[in-house]
Design a protein around this ligand. Sequence first.
Ligand SMILES: O=C(O)c1ccccc1N[C@@H]1O[C@H](COP(=O)(O)O)[C@@H](O)[C@H]1O
Length: 227
Amino acid sequence: MARRPPIEIKICGLTDPDAVDAAVEAGADWLGAVFFAPSPRAVTAEQAADLFDGLPDDVGTVGLFVDPDDALLDQVLTRVRLDLIQLHGQESPARVDAIRLEYGRPVMKALGVATRADLAAAQAYADHADRLLLDARPPPGADRPGGHARAFDWSILAGWTAPLPWMLAGGLTPETVAAALRATGAPAVDVSSGVERAKGVKDPALIARFCAAVRAAEADRTEGDRA
Ligand SMILES: O=C(O)c1ccccc1N[C@@H]1O[C@H](COP(=O)(O)O)[C@@H](O)[C@H]1O
């Protein structure tokens, strides 16, 4: 088997410089900021610009939006270095196309999944988005579509062929991420709640543990591929 690329790690919902430093130090590939006011992790464009200022070039930055209008995208994208736009709402394939065209950034479309039937939605974005993110569906009545520390049943991904590069999200923690990677073969993982000491408050030690757990799982995967 050809050697698989390193597993990409995204730490999302960053709000403070210590957590940003911890994520960079621990080898995260992507750092995410949430531009959705109801989130306990929401930041302003100015706060995100400060957080992401001076990051190494090989660390990518992600802006998470939920059904954003152009005014919000304009406001953020003119101020903040963003390498990837994450759309976590009900954005249609046509809206994804429009955002890609208008802002010239790759787009990662998040899909809420609970059953295998939900994976069919991925195909609809195959020619429109650059990446997909699979997340658990939010609990009924939730005020936001993600960031609830909820995992979905990873076994629904058995035999699934992703139409685009994708990330696994939803309730991952330093304790569960290795099992999630074994169960899904995900090429990338995204975490928010699982590296927090309180809702919206990142914990540098948990960020370090999460990244170390991914790298250990990656080493096991490489060993398994060789055997
Ligand atoms: O983090 C939020 O508050 C949030 C708000 C709106 C949409 C998505 C949000 N978070 C994203 O949800 C997934 C899973 O998060 P968790 O690890 O289960 O907390 C991840 O992409 C978050 O960035």
